[in-house]
Design a protein. Structure first.
Ligand code: IPE
Ligand code: IPE
Ligand code: MG
Length: 233
């Protein structure tokens, strides 16, 4: 069985470029190219949800020049590739804070989300200015408002209430989380949602993560025994 929802921490663009004596931006460009290949492969394998970690809450702490380069690449991606995705029946959604993004980028995102809303092919979710802690913090704020406005006792809060208020509302939890570049950490990715996710840590940098490696990872997922705390007969 293949996973229903794959989430990927696309890491190692900078090191990929450095190893080749290129500027970091070249690594990010190569990363976007690889992303497109992985999207196609995900569609071919009939996977319903793909979440890609593109920019974390903490990535704002990088040098301004790198942030500008990344935002420029993002804007090009939204203008060209994401528009093409619409024709492939992909539904695109962006999770993360929007108030720190440039207004023009927010406008591009909103446009694509509206235009792809009715698509029923791959659900592609881009995590942008996303942080798992930020996700939980904003859920707490929403819940506080809802509960106090409606005089609901906080004691009645359910796990479903929390899920409903996360940025991923309506999206099933990731079955498989892949991280490239040989780092063994989740760097503030889907903290709540990953409670029972399977992990796969890959040595190669993101631009070198080819479809063959991806397919092997998908196949090995099928051999795992997911117990969710129960016993398997
Ligand atoms: C991942 O590659 C892309 C982003 C975080 C935006 P990095 O830029 O983190 O590359 P490394 O980890 O420095 O090699
Ligand atoms: C995680 O990568 C975020 C993205 C891939 C977008 P980082 O490169 O920011 O993570 P750390 O700093 O190595 O933990
Ligand atoms: Mg990195």
């Amino acid at each position: 069985m293949y996973p229903e929802h794959v989430a990927i921490i696309m890491d190692g663009n900078g090191r990929w470029a450095k190893n080749k004596g290129l500027p970091r931006i070249s690594g990010h460009k190569a990363g976007v190219e690889r992303l497109k290949g992985i999207v196609e492969c995900t569609i071919n394998y009939g996977i319903s949800y793909l979440t890609l970690y593109a920019f974390s809450s903490e990535n704002w702490n990088r040098p301004k020049t790198e942030i500008n380069d990344l935002m420029h690449l993002l804007s090009l991606f939204l203008a060209n590739d994401a528009k093409r995705f619409l024709k492939e029946n992909i539904r695109l959604r962006v999770i993360g804070r929007r108030d720190r993004l440039k207004k023009s980028i927010v406008k591009q995102i909103e446009e694509i989300e509206i235009n792809s809303y009715k698509n029923d092919g791959l659900n592609l979710i881009i995590a942008l200015d996303y942080g798992g802690r930020e996700d939980i913090r904003s859920a707490i704020i929403n819940i506080y408002k809802e509960f106090s406005n409606n005089n609901i006792s906080i004691e009645s809060l359910t796990l479903k209430d929390v899920e409903k208020n996360l940025m991923t509302t309506g999206i099933p939890d990731p079955d498989l989380i892949i991280r490239t570049s040989g780092e063994y950490r989740i760097s503030n990715f889907l903290l709540w949602q990953s409670a029972y996710s399977e992990y796969e840590f890959i040595k190669c940098n993101w631009p070198d993560f080819d479809n063959n490696i991806y397919i092997k990872v998908l196949q090995s997922y099928g051999k795992r025994d997911r117990r969710f705390g129960k016993l398997n007969e």
